[in-house]
Write a protein that binds this ligand. Structure first.
Ligand SMILES: [Zn+2]
Length: 96
């Protein structure tokens, strides 16, 4: 196992923690309603089906995946990107 793996996992948990706490205290920049954890679940669902579609379209391909949508507003459906350095959500121009 690569010595970088534990660091990557720790990094992932820290990121998830930041993402969740930001979602709990943030409001949608479009409609102003609170986002909450459910906005993250909504985006995760979309992300999983996006990956499944890519795998079906390119079987066996190594996919380079960059995620742009981290939260989807349950009220207005805005697709939001998480800015880790500022801990805020901004509307994403990319639909993935
Ligand atoms: Zn909204």
């Amino acid at each position: 196992m690569s010595p970088f793996v534990p660091y990557a996992i720790g990094r992932h948990y820290l990121y998830q923690h930041r993402l969740r706490s930001a979602a709990k205290r943030s409001a949608c920049p479009i409609c102003g309603r609170p986002l909450g954890i459910s906005a993250l679940f909504e985006a995760d669902e979309g992300w999983r089906s996006h990956i499944a579609r890519l795998h079906r379209a390119h079987p066996g391909a190594r996919l380079r995946l960059i995620r742009f949508v981290h939260a989807i507003c349950a009220d207005c459906g805005a697709r939001l990107s998480f800015r880790e350095h500022s801990g805020t959500f901004t509307p994403s121009e990319v639909l993935a």
